[in-house]
Design a protein around this ligand. Sequence first.
Ligand code: ADP
Length: 451
Amino acid sequence: MLPHARSAWIRTLGVLALVLLGALVLGLLAGQVWPVLTAAALGIVAWHYWRLRKVLLRLTSHRRLPPARGEGVWNELDRLLHRSQDDTRNRKRRLVQMLRAYRAAAAALPDAVVVLDRNSQRVQWFNEASAGLLGLRYPSDIGAPLGERLRPLPIAHWLASGRHAEPLLDVPSPVDPALRLSMRLIPYSQELWLLVARDVSKLMHLEQVRRDFVANVSHELRTPLTVVHGYLDMLDPSDQPEWAPILEEMRRQSQRMTQLVEDLLTLSRLEAQDTVSDESVGMASMLATLRREAEALSQGRHTVAVQDRAAVDLWGSTRELHSAFSNLVANAVRYTPAGGSITIGFAQQGEEVALSVEDTGYGIPAAHLPRITERFYRVSTSRSRELGGTGLGLAIVKHVLQLHQARLEIESEVGRGSIFTCIFPADRAHPRDGTGSGAIRERTQQPTRQA
Ligand code: ADP
């Protein structure tokens, strides 16, 4: 017991003893001991009930009552209750202030923030920006199912995938299709999700300007390069033998520039596309073409093998897939010293199908792998340039595979070689049942672009 409470307790017992003693003396003097003692005891009980009532009043009152003054257990109890009520009130005030500050901050965010019930996907709360970006209205949309409310957006499926939902990069706003949004779903508790939508219109516009710039510059460079190339071809080194090495170097460099421009144009074309054609890609002839190209590039310096183990063809764009696969084959030849071998494989991998290009070349240090598909990222710039690389091959591969909902996996060991595997989802494959190459698939449920 606290010293305060202990002394109050002793004092109360003392007062009780004094009152009883007084009553006893009064009783003896009056010759009526028991009636006087009983009256005193009843008085004490009544007083205690009165104090108990005061405690109840304090606990149930909505007003702030002042603390009791004076000594004794009841007054001490009253003061303790007053202090604990004060503490609780202060804590509550601080919490409410904090909550208001958080709400004000969330409400003032320029991004749309919507709190969703995880199970019903109904709106629990949203901030002001949600009105401008998503078209939500207060209070009618509180409790509304978000998927239906934003129906023009194809997000019902996305919402259903919950914590596995990849961020959507570029979706039109239901308020104004010119407004582009990026959306993320963030599960932040067992019951609630947060949907955050950000206006990325300016970013998308800048990205478009960048793409157009690269595409235009590449396009403009094409004609002068063709002219330079043409004139260089007309020059005969036997006319001026001392110019022969210079002419040879000029031809090599102009070829490199032409290849760079072509790769940039390919990348620009791929970036501008959201989907690819859905034709049947004959893999037997594709593998034969890749083998021929590998042999032509290798000029007998490597052993080239093809292992066709999947009796399926792919749905997709023959042109784009060929461009991706031939980039992998060209890299395998380029980065494998003479005497090495190159194996092009096509096989089923569980439900999926995989085209792999394996070489016994230089390999890639593990530290470079995460960035290897970035444009102009090279392990060794000098080696790539010397061997005729543009630094854009793997960026093209990545884009083509994304357009086919496929992914690129790379395994590599320095000094031992590399395996580049393009893995296609099961619905990109169909049996080689004589569906002619170029036949068009009947379906086009196009996915929204994801990060
Ligand atoms: P590049 O035109 O320089 O080959 P890529 O984008 O095709 O550009 O490849 C990027 C880099 O990845 C290359 O510069 C090279 O360092 C490395 N690389 C690609 N393929 C292979 C491979 N099969 N073996 C070793 N390194 C490779």
